[in-house]
Design a binder for this molecule. Structure first.
Ligand code: C2E
Ligand code: MG
Ligand code: MG
Length: 446
């Protein structure tokens, strides 16, 4: 989503060139702003809605890399021709960035009509492109916003379309998103959380909580999963399912993780040495080549044995860049850290991943455990996973065990590890230590 700036400025300012994209011959971002500006002033008298939208080509960069820049340029010219041909007499399309085009539909009055137009453009762009003797395919994402009142400026309208486009890109390829007021509110809330989280991380105000992982046969605790907890003075407690994705997206996950891992390993130094801690790694950390070193340097400083650490990664973490993820997994395992595959069964990964990567453990997602007593397919899936792990020599933990009947059934099927509210909820470091001492006292008395 690169922008092209400063085309044909200064002396050529007023000439046609200053408003034209030299590659495609379409108008440029200045032409676009100018057209929108003019339409807004026309509609001041007659405030009929109109639509603006931004089209972003999906995966254009890999095509450029694969076929070369000259071919990339040819494709952009073909994209421009198709878009121009799709415009009626009133509408305009311009090129506003390297692989970004913007359109203005003065006669589109509703959100539904804008979405329909946008879908049509995506369709037109999805037909194959000739690149010499070869052909390439592209998809595109679109974000739109509608002008509803004279209060909206050109910048506001374009910013709204960009916000919608950002959403469209995040939801996958080929999506159309129309800006809504709720989107604005959600974006503001995310920014508030991001700012508060940055403060909390630098002040060291995110805490590890610990949830026991047990041996289903003996019911003894064998380790704990570390789960990050954060309470902001103004926002109150924010769940990790909210703040972890924001931390990932806004580049705070590294420092956040280091803080939580340091605190967690410090706490675990006071526990019996045979207990491990499991720690969640986010997908972006898995492709970051520094993650392994950072983890080892924290363990070194705290004096925590790497053999007592397990990192949990999800299937999505492996999907984005399997080569880098594979290297990270191998680096961690070489230093004695075990690696487990978290939330198994919920991602889209293939079983082939279990062959390509070496995991020490697999955690069956709690959605299967929640339904296993009533739902035959869940039960069969759990049994199949257990048989597969046995063959592959992997340990297994069932997540989200809440009932005795589930624990009994899992044990019957041969599952050794369990985690869930039945055995203990996540609690802070002090409570964990007190619980462990209580268990030791009881054992001493017995
Ligand atoms: P997860 O790694 O799958 O962690 C297990 C989640 O299931 C935890 O949610 C835990 O509280 C919840 N849980 C455990 N037992 C039960 C049960 O019996 N029933 C039900 N309904 N839930 C149970 P939590 O703490 O809200 O964490 C959610 C997710 O946030 C975690 O899923 C993990 O993906 C992520 N997360 C938490 N802390 C961290 C962190 O420090 N770093 C990273 N990268 N992710 C984290
Ligand atoms: Mg986990
Ligand atoms: Mg899990």
């Amino acid at each position: 989503m690169q922008r092209l700036f400063a085309q044909g400025q200064s002396s050529r300012d007023n000439s046609e060139l200053a408003f034209t994209d030299p590659l495609t011959g379409l108008g440029n971002h200045r032409r676009f702003s100018d057209k929108v500006e003019r339409l807004i002033s026309e509609r001041a008298e007659d405030p009929a809605p109109f639509a603006v939208g931004i089209i972003d080509l999906d995966g254009f960069k890999p095509i450029n890399d694969l076929f070369g820049h000259k071919a990339g340029d040819e494709i952009l010219v073909q994209v421009a021709m198709r878009l121009r041909a799709a415009m009626d007499g009133h509408s305009t399309v311009t090129r506003i960035g390297a692989d970004e085009f913007a359109f203005l539909f003065p006669m589109v009055f509703s959100e539904e009509a804008a979405a329909e137009k946008a879908r049509m453009l995506i369709e037109i762009l999805s037909a194959p492109y000739d690149v010499g003797a070869r052909s390439a395919r592209l998809s595109a994402s679109v974000g739109c916003s509608l002008f509803h009142s004279g209060d909206e400026t050109t910048e506001v309208l374009i910013h709204k379309a960009e916000t919608a486009l950002y959403r469209a890109k995040r939801s996958g390829r080929g999506a159309v998103v129309i800006f809504t007021q709720e989107m604005e509110e959600a974006a503001k809330r995310v920014t508030r959380i991001e700012q508060a989280l940055r403060r909390a991380v630098s002040a060291g105000d995110v805490e590890p909580h610990f949830q026991p992982i047990i041996d289903l046969r003996t019911r003894r605790t064998i380790g704990f999963e570390t789960l990050a907890r954060w309470t902001d003075p103004d926002l109150g407690p924010v769940p990790p399912t909210t703040f972890i994705p924001i931390a990932e997206e806004r580049g705070i996950i590294g420092p956040l993780s280091q803080l939580v891992l340091r605190k967690a390993t410090e706490a675990a130094c006071h526990w019996p040495q045979d207990l491990f801690i499991a720690f969640n790694l986010s997908p972006s950390q898995l492709v970051d080549q520094n993650t392994g070193l950072q983890i080892l340097s924290i363990l070194g400083r705290v004096g925590f044995n790497p053999r007592r650490l397990e990192v949990e990664i999800t299937e999505t973490g492996l999907m984005s860049d399997p080569a880098s993820a594979g290297k990270a997994v191998e680096d961690l395992r070489r230093s004695g850290i075990r690696v487990s595959l978290d939330d198994f069964g919920t991602g889209q990964s293939s079983l082939g991943r279990l062959r390509d990567f070496h995991f020490d453990k697999l955690k069956i997602d709690r959605s299967f455990i929640a339904t296993m007593l009533e739902d035959r397919p869940s039960e069969h899936i759990i049994r199949a996973i257990l048989a597969m792990c046995e063959g592959l020599g992997m340990d297994v933990v069932a997540e989200g065990v809440e009932q005795e009947a589930q624990a009994d059934r899992l044990l019957q099927f041969g599952c050794r590890g369990g985690q869930g509210f039945l055995f203990g909820r996540p609690v802070d470091a002090d409570t964990t230590l007190a619980n462990l001492r209580g268990v030791q006292r009881m054992a001493a008395r017995a």
